[in-house]
Design a protein around this ligand. Structure first.
Ligand SMILES: [Zn+2]
Length: 254
């Protein structure tokens, strides 16, 4: 299985438009972060988790020729606003499967009504195949059962996903005790860590590390990073030895 971090930034990305913050001005390519997304590939399958405003650029940067589906963690704009850019895949492959909580599908239908329309479709508009994700029900993707993990982003329900030995959980503030067993024995855990200071709907660095210590993966990667977390190089030096900062286009093979 190959994991590619397509984007590792928080909602505004790094650099933030117009910002003079030193991290936004950094020349280290690892301090340039597109909106958060990850690509999971195995055998002949390619799935992408979330489809934010940088989706087009992410697909180009990684020369992605085909996708088998898009999973959505939740409906926030930084995770969904690139959906129109599935068009090249749609033209080549036909309707693209999307997987999301019923609430998230409803929200996507409002914002992208033309994509979901059954009548009077605009020629050239992409189309999707809707798949509802329910908690405690695994999703068959290709030949793999993927386990949704139900977590909370302040009060908003969000899905994380476990693909065998890899789990991805972003935009999380609390993880119900009942969900922890779904992560037992995972080798690689990617989890969001926004910044140093606490935040009402995201793990800060300390909360992310505490969560990793409960799950006990072999290795963990932090993502959904704000410029307020600091310079990649400096933050990573201070992390426990099995925890790393993800960066855009980092790939991991499991
Ligand atoms: Zn987000």
């Amino acid at each position: 299985m190959k994991i590619t971090f397509l984007g590792t930034g928080t909602s505004q990305g790094i650099p933030v438009i117009g910002s003079n913050h030193p991290v936004c001005l950094s020349n280290d390519p690892r301090d340039k972060r597109l909106r958060v997304s990850v690509m999971v590939q195995w055998d002949e399958y390619t799935y992408v988790i979330d489809c934010g405003p940088d989706f087009r650029q992410q697909m180009l940067a990684n020369n992605v020729k085909k996708i088998d589906g898009i999973l959505f963690t939740h409906e926030h704009a930084d995770h969904t606003m690139g959906l129109d850019d599935i068009r090249p895949f749609f033209f080549r492959q036909g309707d693209i499967p999307v997987y999301a909580h019923e609430r998230v599908l409803k929200s996507l239908k409002k914002r992208f009504d033309y994509i979901f329309a059954n009548e009077n479709r605009y020629p050239g508009a992409p189309a999707v195949i809707e798949n509802i994700i329910e908690n405690n029900k695994s999703i068959l993707l290709g030949n793999l059962n993927v386990v949704p993990v139900n977590v909370f982003h302040n009060r908003l329900q969000v899905f994380g996903f476990r693909f065998e030995d890899f789990a991805y959980i972003t935009d999380v503030k609390t993880v119900p005790e009942t969900e922890l067993s779904k992560l037992t024995g995972v080798d690689i855990l990617a989890v969001s860590a926004l910044r140093i200071e606490p935040h009402h709907s995201h793990f800060n660095l300390e909360e992310a590390i505490n969560f990793i210590n409960r799950v006990k993966p072999k290795k963990a990667y932090l993502t959904h990073i704000s410029h307020l977390l600091g310079f990649h190089e400096e933050v990573e030096k201070k992390l426990p030895k099995n925890i790393f900062l993800a960066y855009d286009n980092l790939t991991i093979e499991i």
